[in-house]
Design a protein around this ligand. Structure first.
Ligand code: NAP
Length: 263
């Protein structure tokens, strides 16, 4: 039997076990997906080996630690600086990032996008900025404070803090901050966000299952909107296929995993 887990802290809210176990069941596989709370990040890979996992997904706040503790890292995950999927291959554990392609798949339904403004500069912003640049969509990063924009400036991204930013025209505005997750705040001053939205076409919030103040304002400005549910779905679909050496049809996995969002 294969054993998989979600690693994070907290993990009680995660729907990954539901997404993966439904798919395992639908595909008649001999496997199980559990949840494991990792309190001490330094124990992440020891825990992977101790419970004899074949694969794991990694969520907040361990994605960077997972990268450093992997035996080898896929080149794209290495560029992003974060790993959200671990796969055992022989006696090695390989790190991947499926958040980035998951996000890109989620915005495909928007159609043509030339440039995007990313609000926030954490791990999710790194993944999104990297995949957008890879797909020739120019990303600009805007963060509340200065510290975290150094990673972006050092990697030749256009990045600003609130002080240094001037309003410009962006097709897509993405909220990667946790503003609105457990409060009712916007990720940027309302006047500035409204001005940006007046010139935009699309809005994406990585938070899912909640009409955040960001998405409500985007609706008011008649933007085409999406929350983070599809990003979560597609990162799971891609991770599942990595667990099984890409042998399944992605649409088949997607159909099963989608059921978890309706339960
Ligand atoms: N849908 C999905 O599949 C998916 C996948 C991955 C992550 N997520 C979600 O993405 C969110 C961010 O995750 P992360 O790992 O990137 O977090 P993180 O590394 O902690 O980064 C958070 C960023 O948000 C900014 N921020 C936080 N609160 C803010 C506020 N009230 N106003 C303005 N800026 C604020 C921070 O700015 P400072 O630097 O100034 O502190 C920082 O740049 C989480 O809610 C996570 O659940 C969703």
């Amino acid at each position: 039997m294969k054993l998989f887990s979600i690693f994070g802290n907290p993990v009680s809210h995660s729907i990954s076990p539901k997404m993966h176990n439904i798919t395992i069941n639908d595909l008649n596989l001999d496997a199980c997906y559990i949840r494991t709370r990792i309190e001490d990040p330094s124990t992440l890979m020891d825990t992977f080996h101790a419970i004899k996992l074949d694969g794991a997904n990694v969520t907040v706040p361990h994605k960077e630690v997972a990268l450093y503790q992997s035996d080898a890292v896929d080149s794209f995950a290495s560029m992003i600086g974060a790993v959200n999927t671990l796969v055992k291959k022989g006696d090695k554990v390989i790190g991947y990032n499926t958040d980035a392609p998951g996000f890109y798949k989620a915005i495909e339904s928007f159609g043509k996008i030339n440039n995007a403004l990313i609000l926030g500069a954490g791990g999710t912003a790194k993944a999104i900025a990297t995949i957008l640049r890879d797909k020739n969509i120019h990303p600009t990063i805007l963060n509340r404070s200065k510290n975290r924009i150094d990673f972006f400036l050092n990697n030749d991204f256009e990045a600003y803090d609130w002080e240094s930013f001037d309003i410009a025209k962006f097709d897509l505005i993405i909220n990667t901050t946790s503003a609105g997750l457990s409060d009712e705040t916007l990720p940027l001053q309302e006047s500035m966000l409204s001005a940006l939205m007046k010139n935009a076409k699309f809005a994406f919030d990585v938070i899912y299952n909640k009409p955040t103040p960001f998405l409500q304002l985007a609706h008011k400005n008649n933007l085409t909107c999406k929350d983070g549910a599809d990003m979560l779905l597609y990162q799971g679909v891609l991770a599942f296929n990595l667990f099984y050496d890409n042998k399944f049809n992605l649409t088949q996995i997607e159909t099963s995993m989608k059921k978890a969002f309706k339960l």
